[in-house]
Design a protein around this ligand. Structure first.
Ligand code: ADP
Length: 319
């Protein structure tokens, strides 16, 4: 293999740049030419593909977002769109592709694999919702962003003796809420994977209040429902002054943590090795702190599972 390309797709995540850097530099180390595809699968269809050199990925390891930009592309879901993408790669003699993105992007990657382009996925999403890997690139940074925000909210919550409902990202996966909630001692954590009971939340709040707690934090993953509605119900049931903060897109940005930079560097480098070994249709993963590769279709046969032992531990520790 003499030429490969790399793209980022779907929701951006801190650490994607570190992964791009690793792909480019590892390829160059093996004397393989490497191209950057701009704007994800849309750029692939349109031929927005440019050569990368050592300098193109200089000074990006610490930056959030993605220098290759990201996009969502409906046309790529069609066979015609996929054929156009394949033709763009073939016209340039590009034989392998690294796709950095989330589960949707991996489904796209599989389509290219089925059409004869060797393709490797690198999991990059703040949600940590990709099956087959313990962590995705960007998750650790997002959790750290959330706990920094909650620490600040806690200061003002204590001063005013308020209850705060904090809504975080996670439509289908409660990982951000769970990790941030455990790390920050939230009184209750609401995740899409577990039904919640308002009576229980109210009882925990009242019990805390009786033993002199000055504030309470309730963490809600967006997939559970609106933080505003939940706060309204809690206020009505307890009479406590209850405020809401929706953290939104600040969770997507920021400089990646050391963990995410290291993870991205290890994963990006292995993706290149896999292509050079002739592998395709596989994704890089971290399992028990070892960087491994798994077949995308096999990984996706199982749904992503949140670690419920952490959920139960958080309940015990925040009593
Ligand atoms: P993420 O990768 O973060 O989950 P999306 O689900 O939006 O983000 O997927 C990103 C892009 O991947 C889509 O805009 C589309 O171009 C491509 N994609 C998603 N699902 C498929 C599919 N089933 N077949 C082909 N391409 C897909």
């Amino acid at each position: 293999m003499k030429r490969i390309a790399v793209l980022t797709s779907g929701g951006d995540a801190p650490g994607m740049n570190a992964a791009i850097r690793a792909v480019v530099r590892k390829a160059l180390y093996h004397n393989v030419e490497v191209f950057g595809v701009y704007h994800g699968f849309r750029g692939l269809i349109e031929g927005d593909i440019r050569p990368m050199d050592v300098g193109s990925v200089g000074d990006i390891i610490h930056r959030g977002g993605t220098i290759l930009y990201s996009a969502r592309c409906e046309e790529f879901k069609t066979p015609e769109g996929q054929e156009k993408a394949v033709a763009q790669l073939r016209a340039r003699g590009i034989e392998g592709l690294v796709v950095i993105g989330g589960d949707g992007s991996f489904r796209g990657a599989l389509k290219l694999h089925e059409r004869g382009i060797r393709t490797i996925g690198v999991p990059g999403t703040i949600d940590n919702d990709i099956p087959g890997t313990d962590f995705t690139i960007g998750f650790d940074t997002a959790v750290n962003t959330v706990i920094q925000a909650i620490d600040k909210i806690r200061d003002t919550a204590t001063s005013h003796e308020r209850t705060y409902v904090v809504e975080v990202m996670g439509r289908h996966a409660g990982d951000i809420a769970l990790w941030a909630g455990l790390a920050d001692g939230a009184e209750s954590i609401l995740i899409p994977e577990e039904p919640y009971n308002l009576d229980d939340i109210v009882e925990r709040l009242q019990r805390g209040h009786q033993r002199g707690k000055k504030h309470s934090i309730i963490l809600v993953a967006e997939g559970v429902g609106s933080g505003v509605d939940i706060a309204r119900e809690i206020a009505a049931r307890t009479g406590f002054e209850t405020r809401v903060t929706v953290l939104g897109h600040i969770q997507r940005g920021g400089s990646p943590t050391a963990f995410d930079r290291v993870l991205a560097s290890r994963m990006g480098a292995l993706a290149v090795d896999l292509l050079l070994e002739g592998k395709s249709g596989r994704m890089v993963a971290i399992q028990n702190n070892r960087i491994v590769d798994v077949a995308i279709d096999e990984a996706f046969a199982q749904p992503h599972a949140v670690d419920l032992s952490m959920y139960h531990l958080a309940r015990i520790l925040s009593i």
